[in-house]
Design a protein. Structure first.
Length: 301
């Protein structure tokens, strides 16, 4: 009897360099959250976030490997190249965040009071969390757009920067809700509006690229994204000036951290985090604008 199974399976999905990286992602991710769940332990919002990152990334990686190995991705209404590139960048950012947070809050040199066995499990989990970040970063490196190559938009520098911009905006929002006192002045509320508007539009751009619906729009998507990026640069420039003035100028705020502020519950700390990441996102949008002049959008890959 003639075999009919071979043509339906894509062995390159697990034997190519990208496929091997994904298998390592699955292995390291499963090992990390298994070590934590079995004996390492986690608690509070920080630990819950780390477990969410590892389980979420593991689940999506398994989904990607399964779809590519069985060719099921051809049945999905997604731009598969955009989807995998966007997820790899997001997973890289999430995994490095968890790889920093978990050992920072849960790993200690001494055995007391958690016990040596728990300490060793936490150290091992931290090591595998770091390896997980490395293999996700390796996938981004392997799948990034090469000069002169026709590829998916999310694999380009501009597309990858969109994911980083949205991730940085989430950090800003986290600091905003942590008693940042942004409602104190109208100017600070303007900054919040800037962060929110740019985040929403960036997410919409990523969503249209991942779903492959850009060709169905009645306006030129490529030009619109470049115009939006230019507008985002201007908006973030205004926030980069206004936020520090109304937070750290002695007329409106405090140029130095108040001595009586409790660690982790000080509005000044949240305001400083927002100021720093405002400048980070401003730089990202400037780089995005520069690179967007050199690419062509491909929505069907």
């Amino acid at each position: 009897m003639e075999s009919t199974g071979g043509p339906y399976l894509n062995t390159a999905a697990v034997t190519s360099p990208v496929g091997i990286a994904r298998l390592l992602q699955m292995t390291f991710g499963c090992t990390t959250f298994s070590l934590v769940a079995h004996q390492g332990g986690f608690s509070a919002a920080y630990g819950t976030f780390c477990m969410f990152v590892w389980t979420f990334c593991f689940a999506i990686t398994v989904f990607i490997i399964t779809c590519e190995f069985t060719h099921l991705h051809s049945c999905l209404s997604l731009s598969w190249g955009n989807f995998t590139a966007a997820f790899a960048m997001l997973a890289t950012l999430m995994s490095i965040t968890a790889a920093v947070i978990y050992p920072l809050y849960f790993v200690q040199v001494d055995c007391y009071p958690i016990g040596c066995e728990v300490r060793d499990f936490r150290i091992a989990a931290s090591v595998f969390a770091g390896l997980l970040f490395v293999v996700y970063a390796a996938e981004v490196f392997l799948t990034r757009a090469k000069p002169g190559q026709v590829t998916s938009y999310m694999a380009t520098v501009s597309g990858l920067l969109k994911i980083v911009q949205a991730f940085v905006a989430c950090i800003i929002f986290g600091a905003l809700v942590n008693d940042s006192q942004y409602g104190k002045y109208v100017a600070m509320q303007w900054c919040v509006a800037v962060y929110s508007f740019c985040f929403v539009v960036t997410v919409v751009v990523v969503a249209f690229s991942v779903t492959g619906k850009t060709a169905l729009l009645w306006f030129p998507f490529e030009r619109s994204v470049v115009i939006y990026t230019f507008g985002a640069v201007l908006l973030y420039m205004s926030a980069a000036v206004i936020w520090p003035v109304f937070c750290f100028d002695s007329k409106y705020g405090s140029p130095r951290r108040p001595g009586l502020c409790a660690k982790g519950k000080c509005p000044w700390d949240s305001q400083l985090v927002i100021a720093i990441f405002t400048y980070v996102n401003l730089l990202l949008y400037v780089l995005d604008l520069a690179y967007s002049q050199r690419i062509r959008f491909v929505s069907h890959l």
